[in-house]
Design a protein around this ligand. Structure first.
Ligand code: NAD
Length: 434
């Protein structure tokens, strides 16, 4: 069966029911198979996470009642180094979602060629329902439950959706209390005072900015005045928007869970950032900004812009809206925002998609720098971090772009081939124990 047919068949099945991110990740992986000579056995290893841990996370609420949540930690691969991947607090967290995200981390670390495997974790919960002390108890209990798996040489969590530096600080502290040892390298994305890296907070958005500018240049498009729509105004989306604005682009649309907003003349991103610092729930709702109108979330995705940056959750660009998307370039700030079926539709239209495993790798690259600094007990200047980040992102983009041109394939396929082949080589070299 032709690759396109396989993709269509599986994607149709996924998209007519609930989109399962794990099936989506496997589907992407299986497409790569046709382009490599990886053996069946190694392929089976790559398709299967090394470890999946499901834990119960009970907490005492402030009113004295007990509530139990379900948490996960998945280690997809440790073939190229310790597992690495964020922790997500969200009602949509499931075992399959975490497995998919862990797999994407494996390919991502390999594409940018840093010495990590892939992992991911999460708790199925709505964190906005918690007080700070409830959130702290939830985090510490979850840390204790996944403690047997994590460690600076084993598996290193980091922030993801709805988790931040404070949550990482609680994880480090809990781990230190359990082990009796100072181990700042057990997580990345900590506060600077706890051993965090200068520049880590901005790194994913900065990487999205680097890749966007680089791709525009390769396509002969001017970054100055380029119109950009950004879905999601959290860590990745807001920082990418600010840095792209500083680089001369015009941010014409932004959104978050509270709504989507269109300003054809371009948002004053500094003003928007000042607003969300103090707005209820740090959301865009109620944003006072001249020349702006509220639009639907779907309308943001289909605006006639040079660049669309999905930076919210997975499966936002699907068979249902891909046809209507008019952006020339999509830079995937979020993990898995485009389904395989949508990918095909957009590919046929000639849309250039910079895949998540490349575009949003800035965070994990800087996490790697943080971990190196923790292990060496030697902090770097922020300038050094940003320079090294730029170098690694440029190198990865160059390699992916070259492979895509040589083989006349999409950037996503090229990035997957590069990443998957590197992991397959490491698995092959290790051999199968015993
Ligand atoms: P975040 O929690 O800081 O922000 C998420 C944003 O998305 C928020 O503004 C939220 O309101 C918005 N959002 C949620 N649902 C939405 C919807 N249906 N429509 C529009 N907006 C919606 O999270 P983040 O750290 O910015 O992560 C965003 C994405 O980037 C995730 O897919 C994450 O896995 C990925 N990512 C994050 C990092 C990182 O370093 N933070 C690194 C790599 C990838």
């Amino acid at each position: 069966m032709a690759i396109q047919d396989t993709a269509r068949m599986v994607s149709e099945r996924i998209e007519t029911t609930e989109i399962n991110p794990y099936e989506m990740m496997l589907q992407q992986l299986d497409l790569v198979r046709e382009y490599t000579d990886i053996s069946d056995g190694i392929w089976q290893i790559l398709r299967t996470p090394e470890r999946t841990l499901e834990v119960s996370v009970p907490i005492v609420r402030d009113d004295g009642s007990i509530e139990v949540f379900t948490g996960y930690r998945v280690q997809h691969s440790s073939a190229r180094g310790p597992c690495k991947g964020g922790i997500r607090f969200h009602p949509g967290v499931t075992a399959d979602e975490v497995k998919a995200l862990a797999g994407w981390m494996t390919w991502k670390c390999a594409v940018v060629n840093i010495p990590y495997g892939g992992g991911k974790g999460g708790i199925s919960c709505e964190p906005s329902r918690f007080t700070i002390s409830e959130l702290e108890r939830l985090t510490r209990r979850y840390t204790a439950m996944i403690y047997p798996l994590i460690g600076a040489r084993r598996d290193i969590p980091a922030p993801d959706v709805n988790t931040n530096a404070q949550i990482m600080n609680w994880i480090v502290d809990t781990a230190q209390l359990l082990s009796g040892e100072s181990t700042p390298g057990i997580v990345t994305g900590k506060s600077i005072e706890m051993g965090g890296a200068l520049g880590r907070h901005e790194a994913t958005g900065r990487g999205v900015m680097f890749t966007t500018l680089s791709v525009l240049q390769r396509l002969g498009m001017d970054a100055e005045g380029a119109s950009v729509a950004v879905q999601g105004f959290g860590n990745v989306g807001s920082i990418a928007a600010r840095l792209l604005r500083e680089a001369g682009a015009k941010i014409v649309a932004i959104s978050d869970v509270s709504g989507a907003f269109h300003c054809p003349t371009g948002f004053n991103i500094d003003q928007v950032l000042e607003y969300v610092k103090v707005s209820p729930g740090h959301l865009l709702a109620g944003l006072p900004h001249g020349g702006m109108e509220e639009i639907s979330s779907d309308a943001l995705l289909t605006l006639d812009v040079d660049v669309l940056i999905p930076a919210a959750l997975e499966a936002q660009i699907t068979a249902r809206n891909a046809d209507a998307i008019r952006a020339r370039v999509i830079v995937e700030g979020a993990n898995g925002p485009t389904t395989p079926e949508a990918d095909l539709i957009l590919g046929e239209k000639g849309t250039v998609i910079v895949p998540d495993i490349l575009a949003n790798a800035g965070g994990v690259i800087c996490s790697y720098f943080e971990w190196v600094q923790n292990i060496q007990c030697f902090p770097w200047e922020e300038e050094e971090t940003n320079q090294r980040l730029g170098k690694i992102m440029q190198r990865a983009l160059r390699e992916v772009w070259r492979l895509a041109e040589e083989r006349q394939i999409s950037l996503r396929l090229a990035a997957f081939i590069l990443g998957v082949e590197r992991v397959a080589t490491a698995v092959q070299l290790r051999g199968v124990f015993p």
